[in-house]
Design a protein around this ligand. Sequence first.
Ligand SMILES: Cc1cc2nc3c(=O)[nH]c(=O)nc-3n(C[C@H](O)[C@H](O)[C@H](O)COP(=O)(O)OP(=O)(O)OC[C@H]3O[C@@H](n4cnc5c(N)ncnc54)[C@H](O)[C@@H]3O)c2cc1C
Length: 243
Amino acid sequence: MVDKTDNANGTHPLIGKRVEVLDKGFVELQALMGNDLSIVNAARVSFLGESKGEEKDRKLLFYLMRNRHTSPFEMVEFKFRLRCPLVTWWQLVRHRTFSLNLQSGRYTPFEENDFYVPDVWRRQSSDNKQASEGTLDSLEGDALTQELVEHYARSYLLYEKALQIGVSREMARLFLPGFAVYYTGIVKVDAHNLMHFLHLRMAPDAQHEIRAFATAIYEHFFKPALPWTAEAFEKYVLQREEV
Ligand SMILES: Cc1cc2nc3c(=O)[nH]c(=O)nc-3n(C[C@H](O)[C@H](O)[C@H](O)COP(=O)(O)OP(=O)(O)OC[C@H]3O[C@@H](n4cnc5c(N)ncnc54)[C@H](O)[C@@H]3O)c2cc1C
């Protein structure tokens, strides 16, 4: 059986769905190629076969995940439009298996509200140099947020001033608060490499901001698009259940 529902014609109901993340970010699905059956059929090509009905297909997909037979999972591709603060892109671009293209601050001026303002301030972890634990109390936190917003406003004023006196956009952006700037980009990745990303970036030791994006991708797009794959991924990768 050919996986006629592989969405190659771009009609999947998830396409166009947008989920808000953090204060000004989002994840939007732009394209989706394939489904659970595309993975099963790709595996069955090994002996020139195709779908053998739901029960056997599902069993085969779980077998593939359990035995790290990964290439059939590369037959499914997701393309997202993401709006993330630079601190998140900084971590996301390390995933070399993603194809991506980002907005350019050389072409497009930044807008005043394009900066990330966190809900809470996390404290530095005492035993993990890379992590945070606990939060500032709300009074202390609100005062710091106020300072952050003022800092952004001052940075943006300097940015605008530089543009007004004729400085190029590529240089004026030196005034902007780097890690906090929101950028929009398009990323494309196959299901195998997306699972690798999700495994690393939904983990408790990943930074909160990238976890928020990874979790949104997983819960709102990956799970509904690939329900069997998601179930097998949780069982054999996230929860590391042994055979
Ligand atoms: C909690 C956490 C903390 C981190 N801290 C830091 C840090 O302090 N500094 C820092 O620089 N990075 C840091 N990283 C980024 C990390 O080192 C990886 O670059 C990132 O997670 C991408 O993982 P990856 O290389 O497995 O994925 P991808 O780049 O998507 O690659 C997928 C897989 O392809 C293979 N592959 C890809 N390219 C090559 C290659 N050139 N050679 C061989 N095999 C390849 C590998 O098997 C790899 O696992 C951190 C990541 C996490 C999750």
